[in-house]
Design a binder for this molecule. Structure first.
Ligand code: UDP
Ligand code: MG
Length: 309
């Protein structure tokens, strides 16, 4: 569980999830990744971990964002299967049972599909719809619509995931990239149990951009093709003007058409440079090769341990 300023959700979460896992008769650990919370989250987690040896806390040195925190959790979890989930109970523990059933049938990845998104705002639902459409029409790796990070992942898929070196962690995409046998289980996504969402529309937009740019080079090609189309139109228009001048003599007015051409060309060039910039910026971040996250400490039984290699 990646957690960022979730003090009020910790008890609600553990009290809901632990009985489920106990009832399932499984050996389990609950790994929290504290993503640089600025409230009482860390102290609260350490307190719960001191009282329950199955609760492990990975404390990051600052806020690295949900995707990085999730990566840290995946690196530090030890089980044969792994279930990344949010702490706000929007990923209901009732799904553990069907997840594990499908896993026993031989599936490596069992993901939850949000059948009703009533808990989300209209803007979020509409933008999510556009995103899945845009992503899947551009990316060679398809991601199923309305699927979050809530899923069961088998150890062999986890190991593949851990070997992916990229810094830009668009986890949904990476889960899909790994492949193996995957199947969805529908569920209704409830509203947050406590606290407020950490994602506003601007953060979601950036998240979507990260996703598309790290999985598809189609936007780069779009600027190339629009260049070709405009070049063809320009040649046709040039021939037309030339023909008109030759046949009917010189006709000076042309301020409006000139301005339209200059402005639209300028806009297209800037957009194209912007698209290249999106890729270049990410390339820059990847090339520097900085770690995805920095661990301040790993705590078990409320005490410090060693971080995962
Ligand atoms: N989260 C995080 N780091 C961040 C933002 C969010 O670890 O910078 C965690 C958060 O604590 C929660 C999960 O990511 O456990 C999902 O966040 P949230 O519920 O706010 O997202 P939503 O469900 O609204 O998409
Ligand atoms: Mg949530």
């Amino acid at each position: 569980m990646p957690v960022f300023n979730e003090d009020e959700s910790i008890d609600i979460f553990l009290d809901a999830v632990e009985p489920y896992l106990d009832g399932a008769g499984l050996r389990f650990e609950i790994v929290f990744v504290n993503d640089g919370s600025r409230d009482n989250t860390l102290a609260h987690l350490l307190d719960r971990s001191a009282r329950d040896p199955r609760v492990k806390v990975v404390n990051l040195s600052r806020n690295f964002g949900k995707e990085a925190a999730l990566t840290a959790g995946i690196d530090h979890a030890k089980g044969d299967i792994l279930i990344p989930m949010d702490i706000d109970l929007q990923d209901p523990p009732d799904l553990f049972k069907p997840f594990i059933e499908r896993w026993r049938e031989g599936y490596d990845i069992v993901y939850g599909v949000r059948s009703a998104r009533d808990a989300d705002t209209m803007a979020k639902r509409v933008s999510a719809g556009w995103f899945y459409w845009a992503f899947n029409s551009m990316s060679p790796v398809r991601i199923p619509a309305n699927v979050g990070d809530f899923r069961l992942v088998d150890r062999r898929a986890v190991e593949v995931l851990r070997r992916l070196p990229e810094r830009n962690r668009f986890m949904k995409g990476l889960f899909a990239w790994v492949g193996f046998n995957a199947v969805g289980v529908p569920y209704e996504r409830p509203a947050r149990a406590a606290g407020a969402s950490k994602f506003n529309l601007w953060r979601l937009w950036n998240f979507a951009l990260d996703g598309v740019v790290s999985f598809s080079t189609v936007p780069l090609r779009v600027s190339f093709y629009s260049g070709v189309v405009i070049a063809v139109v320009a040649v046709v228009y040039a021939l037309f003007i030339l023909g008109r001048v030759l046949l009917f003599g010189i006709d000076t007015p042309g301020y409006a058409s000139l301005l339209v051409v200059v402005l639209s060309m300028g806009a297209i060039q800037l957009v194209s440079i912007g698209i290249i910039g999106e890729y270049l910026g990410r390339l820059f971040l990847e090339v520097k090769g900085r770690p995805i996250y920095v661990v301040e400490g790993v705590y078990e039984k409320g005490e410090a341990g060693a971080p995962a290699p």
